[in-house]
Each structure stands twice: as structure tokens, then as C-alpha cells.
Design a protein around this ligand. Sequence first.
Ligand SMILES: Nc1nc2c(c(=O)[nH]1)N[C@H]1C(S)=C(S)[C@@H](COP(=O)(O)OP(=O)(O)OC[C@H]3O[C@@H](n4cnc5c(=O)[nH]c(N)nc54)[C@H](O)[C@@H]3O)O[C@H]1N2
Ligand SMILES: Nc1nc2c(c(=O)[nH]1)N[C@H]1C(S)=C(S)[C@@H](COP(=O)(O)OP(=O)(O)OC[C@H]3O[C@@H](n4cnc5c(=O)[nH]c(N)nc54)[C@H](O)[C@@H]3O)O[C@H]1N2
Ligand SMILES: [Mo]
Length: 729
Amino acid sequence: MCGIRVSHDGQRVIAVRPDPNNAFSHGHICPKGTMLGDVHHDPDRLRRPMIREGSEWREASWPAAFERIEQLVHGVRERHGPEAFAFYGGNMSKGGFDTSRYLMMFVRQGRFAQRFSSSSVDQLPKNVSNHLMYGDMWKMPVPDIDRTDLFVILGGNPAASKGSIFSHRDVMGAIKALRARGGKVIVIDPVRTGTAQAADQWLAIRPGSDAALLLAVVHVLFAEGRVKLKHLAAHVNGVDELHALAQAWPPGRVSEFCGIAPEAIEALARQIADAPRAAVYGRIGTCTQAFGTLASWLVDVVGALTGNLDAVGGTLWSTQVAPHLSLAPPYPTDAPLIAKPSRVRGTPGILGQYPASCLAEEIDTPGPGQVHGLVTLGCNPVLSAPGSARLDAALGELEAMVSVDMYLNETTRHAHVILPALSPLEQPHWDVWAWPFSLTIGGHYSPALFAPDAERPEEWRVLARLASIVGGDALADLDALDDAYFGAMCDQTGIDRAAAFAALPRHGAHRILDLCIRTGPLGDRFGARPGGLTLQRFIDEPDGIVFGQAEPQGAAALKTPSGRIELTPAHVLADLPRLKQAMEQYAGEASPLMLVSRRHLRSLNSWMHNVEGLVSGKERCTLQLHPTDAARLGIASGDLAEVSSESGSVRVLAEVGDNIRPGVVSLPHGWGHGAAGTRTTVSARHAGVNINLLSPARLVDAASGNAVLNGIPVRVRRADESEAQRWIA
Ligand SMILES: Nc1nc2c(c(=O)[nH]1)N[C@H]1C(S)=C(S)[C@@H](COP(=O)(O)OP(=O)(O)OC[C@H]3O[C@@H](n4cnc5c(=O)[nH]c(N)nc54)[C@H](O)[C@@H]3O)O[C@H]1N2
Ligand SMILES: Nc1nc2c(c(=O)[nH]1)N[C@H]1C(S)=C(S)[C@@H](COP(=O)(O)OP(=O)(O)OC[C@H]3O[C@@H](n4cnc5c(=O)[nH]c(N)nc54)[C@H](O)[C@@H]3O)O[C@H]1N2
Ligand SMILES: [Mo]
């Protein structure tokens, strides 16, 4: 989303700098953006297809790679049938210009029996609550921080992440501006993060207890007569039911479980209710935890009860120039909330996918339907998904694994064939996945800077061909496939297919983008709206164009069967007894330490650690713990600590400091590099440890199947001196 200027000599990047004229970012950029040249020139980045025989890799031509894939797929189909194939789509399957636009075609054409994705180690709980409350899993309320008076952040740290499912040019700058104009910022997080340090107030919550805290907030709102639905009054169902159920959650009852005083909970409720405009926002910490769906739902319930949902200065839904997701959603819009139970664990499929936590057992447990073939796209679940030790071993048992990726990493080392992804500078850009979560109405397009390898098929053809092979249609006519896909999108927009094909004859992702712009709210509708937007407008204005800020959408936005916001979905309420039980069983001081994850500004999940300029300097993969816990455990900063959970153990440098709640320890995620058979020279030297060796695959949020990656019970001890010496040497 950040506009950049790349100076180069035709072959090599000289420098990447922020573009001060960019209409969206106004010269804002993060350290990762300046390193895109390093990624592009990284000698470890894969540029040609790779085929593995035993432990040996060789480079191959594209035709040879596809031939090998056909053989592998054919073998699995012969031995086990078509139900033996699974797909895992990662965070970066949403990144590429073609990849993001063809993801849905890929998934359909691949006819995968089981689908997994990074959604279930991320925002799936919010998808479930959106689906039930608004009738659309991608209808994400975005905090309107530029126009609010109070910003409440639960479990998000934009100081590191830049904001998530919330695309703002400069969140930390906006926080500063908000405070400067007299507004307030409250951060609810077990860690006093960079964001908490920039806020007015830090509430050091116990991990996993947000839902209880928010229920108590709802309790106070009703008890003190502070519920003000305002414009929502005629558009919500379930207010009385909420009133009744919140009776059981007074602040005094949840206080110990949440680790927050009853008075602080009351004050929080009053501040939200009394602020002229308040934006309540929850992110990773409220999703990847034991009660992710309850917490995600309650974040929006509090917004609704105070009249701050779909409101200026509260949370709003985006208005997009190119609304791609409504034409080709990554998961079928018709995917049911709940699908048939998974084969091994019996956990339901949710919104078209199975939890990532189930993948290992689906591969290593024999029986009908066992996964023997896997396609991965832009992911590294060996580092990013729970129960990684078992997953790592299971991937090694696959009979056919094909990965589309830029690196030979912890996951792709198990593949039989790797098809190289394009570098960020070899592809055009217009983000499919950032604009839906931005309240700025605008867009910017940039063409590819460097031409990809001449032998390389266009990226959408790579994906369409791969999916066709796996789906049992190896001879598919890719052009016909593309026309059918594009035609289906035209139908969704109500545009006459013939007119669209005539105006946009060229195959590929550009015409999809153009269709989205032309049929979007400001588009020219192929001439029916003269002066309306087309892709060409943005090609002509490389700094991008901003048209304004999102406004409330009212009832027209709602796609629930009732046409109203459902404040009390039965599926979500059914998980309340589990929360109540956890609260009643909470053992106070005697409870084990709880592990949470963190991010750093200079990382991007697992995959930007191979850039020296992003990993050099002070060791970042450290265990942060509070001085009280450190003293009790006899651990000092710089000691080697051993952290163990029911699923594994790691040894890591300790970093003692009081920016964390006592009883909670924190590790960054995305580390644990240097495994045999990987080819990431720089990250192998800055290996760190894999936090997800500690995350048990057994632990999921019941209502969504999302992994619990925060609030994991762990034991910590000091590893002995001789081990520490050896490690530091
Ligand atoms: N630099 C950088 N930026 C990134 C990424 C990256 O890896 N590096 N990753 C990107 C991706 S994929 C995503 S999804 C986003 C995520 O963006 P954010 O949601 O902002 O993620 P984090 O920075 O991990 O912040 C999560 C916070 O939740 C807190 N937390 C943990 N458990 C709990 C809990 O039970 N309750 C509450 N209230 N808080 C809790 C943690 O202490 C942490 O401070 O970031 C994106 N941006
Ligand atoms: N403990 C713990 N675990 C977590 C988290 C946490 O906070 N704590 N966060 C979770 C979250 S929010 C997420 S999103 C996941 C992320 O986890 P994943 O999605 O599994 O992994 P990434 O590390 O984002 O890996 C992206 C992969 O895509 C490749 N890649 C980069 N660009 C491209 C491209 O253009 N095309 C293709 N095909 N490949 C590309 C990279 O080389 C890399 O292998 O991790 C999750 N895991
Ligand atoms: Mo994510």
C-alpha cells in the first residue's frame, strides 16, 4: 500500500525510497519496503523450477517441472484416488498480482478434497462473527481513527504490524494526531507494546480473557443505562437477549480471570459509552486465542451497543474502487459456515476450510481419505502453524508435494517440485487484500519493474495449469478456463459478457482488475457511466488517486437473512459455557505461565529473515519475561532459558523487563530457521527458535477451529550454565 520509488540501472536496484507524492501513503514507508531490492537480488531466491530426487535438488525447465508434477499427481490418483489431495494457501497467496486474483480459480480447478489456509492461524474467528452478524465473512469493521475521539485496541500492535485488516497509511501517526486533538487511546494487551507506550492507558489483560472482559463491559453498559443504539436501533436483532445474558458477567466476577480491577472495567465501559465517537478494534491477540470467536463478536457488540458501528469515528466498512472480493471471493460465498467433520479429529469444516491444526494428522493417519498429495502456495506452516514438529515430520511422508514459493524453506524443503514465485519487482501491484480494509477510497497501480524470465509462463497460467493437473484435467485449455472465470465475474456485476470481452480481450489479471474498477462504485460501467474510472486512469497517474473517506452504509450493507445485524448468533452463544467453565476453573496465582507471540517491525512472518539489513543487530528472537517471574525462576537477561509446553520445548535467550504482565512470557513468531535442506543462507545465521513447537495443535477456538497461538501454558527454567556458554559461543 505504501508508494515507493525505485531507482535502478535497468538490471539492479540502486535504492528504494518512499514516494512523497503517493496519494495514499504520502511518503510513509516501513523498513521492509526499502528492502524489496534485497529480496529481488537475493541469491537464495528461487528463479527456476526445482525438482527434488531424494535429498538432491536440481533446476529444471518449466515444461520439465510440469511433466514431473503430472507424474507425481498421476501416481497419487492411481494409488489413492482424487480425494487424497489437499491445498494449503498461505498469507502470501494473497500477495501477488495474479496469485491473489486467481486464487479462487485455483481452488476450484484443483478440486482439492481438503483445504487449509493461514486464515485458521489468523482471522477466521472474525470471519465467523462477520458471517453471522452481517452475512458476509469479509465485511470487516475498520476503525475510523482519523475521525474518532477514543481508540480502543485489543490484541493488536500496529507499532510493529502497521495495522492488520486495517489498512491505514500511518497508524502510529494517526494515534499521535488523535491524542494531540484531545482524544484518547487505550491498549488492552498482556504486553506494554510500542503501541501501548504511545497510548493514554495500558490495560494488562491476562491472555485469553478478552471475551470475559467485554461481557463485563456489556454488563456495565446495560446496568448503567448507557446503551445507545442511535442509528442502529432499527437494524439490530438481539438486544434483549444480550441484556439478559450479560447479567451473569458483572465486572467483579471476571476481574480476577482478566487480571483487571472491576473499577478499571467500569471505567472502560463508561469511557466507550461517553466518548462522542469511539472505535473499538480487536486483532491477532483477540483471534488466535482460546475464545477467539467470542472475543471477535463482542468487540463489535460493544461497538453496536454504543452506536459506534457503521458510524463516522467508530468503525466503518470500506468502499472500494475495485471491489474484487465480491466478484471472486477467495472462499466461495456459498461455503456453509459448518461443513462435514474432519476425518481424523471430527472437527467441522468452517467457511470452506479445515483448521490448519488438523493438517498433520490428516497426512500421518492412515485410512480412507488420507492426504497423500499437497499443494502449498505462499506459506510456511512448518513455522507458522501449531504442532510444528508433527507437521514437519508429516510433510516428509507425502507422496506428492508441490509448492509455489520464492524460497527453499522449512516447509518447501519437503516438496518434490517447487515452482518459483515472482519477486515483488517482477509483478504489477494493486492490492486485492489491503484496500478492502482501508477507509480511504482510492487506488494505485504500478506495473512490473523488471521483466520476469522469458521462459516463464505468465503467473496465472502457472497457477491454472498446476490446479488443472491436480484436479484431473491436465489438458485443460487455459484460455478457455480464463474466459469462463472472467465471464462468471462479469455475470456477478450484471455487465454484459460480450461488452466486457470486447473491451478487454487480453487474458490475465489486468482485465480482472479493470473489470473490478469499471464495475465498482466509481467505474465507467463500460461506457454506461461516462467519465467513470477505468484501469487506464490509474496507469496514467502512478502516484495513485484518493477520492475520499468511507461513510456509513446503513442497512444496504447487510446480507443476513433478516437484513439486520444479528447481535446474538446462536453458534457464537453456544461457546459461552466453555468460557464460563474456564473462568470458574482459573487457579489464580497457581496457574502456569502463559506464552504469547509478538511481531517486530523488521520481520514479515517467517519470510523476510533472509535479508541481512532486516535481521542484523541485536538478537530479536528472545523470551521476554517480567522481573518478578525472572527472580522466581533465577533467570537474568542474557541467560539461556528453556521453555516447554505439552507439545515441545525450545531454548532461547532471556530478556527481562517490566513491559509485560507478570505470569506472561513472549516470543516472536516466524523464527526457527536453518533446518537441514533449507536454502536461506542469511536466516540460517539468525535462526532463532520456532515458537510453534510450543503451540499444541489440540488447542483450538471451538467456534471457528482457529489455532490458539496465544495464552499457551508453558514452563520456563534456566538452562544450565555450561549449555548457555556453549550456546553463546
Ligand atoms: N512487521 C510486521 N508486520 C506485520 C507482520 C509481521 O510479521 N511483521 N505480520 C502481518 C500479519 S500476517 C498480521 S495478521 C498482522 C497482525 O497484526 P497485529 O494484530 O497488530 O499483531 P501483533 O503485532 O502480533 O500484535 C498482537 C498483540 O496481541 C497481544 N496478545 C496476545 N494474546 C492476547 C490476548 O489474549 N488478549 C489481548 N488483548 N492481547 C493479546 C500480543 O501481546 C501482541 O501485542 O501483522 C501484519 N504485519
Ligand atoms: N505463534 C504464532 N504463529 C503464528 C502467528 C503468530 O502471531 N504467532 N501469526 C499467524 C499469522 S497472522 C499468519 S498470517 C501466518 C503466516 O504464515 P504463513 O502464511 O504460513 O507463512 P509466511 O511466513 O507468511 O510465509 C509466506 C511464504 O510465501 C512466500 N512468498 C512470498 N511472496 C510470495 C509470492 O508473491 N508468491 C508466492 N507464491 N509465495 C510468496 C515466502 O517465501 C514464504 O514461504 O502465521 C501465523 N502463525
Ligand atoms: Mo496474518
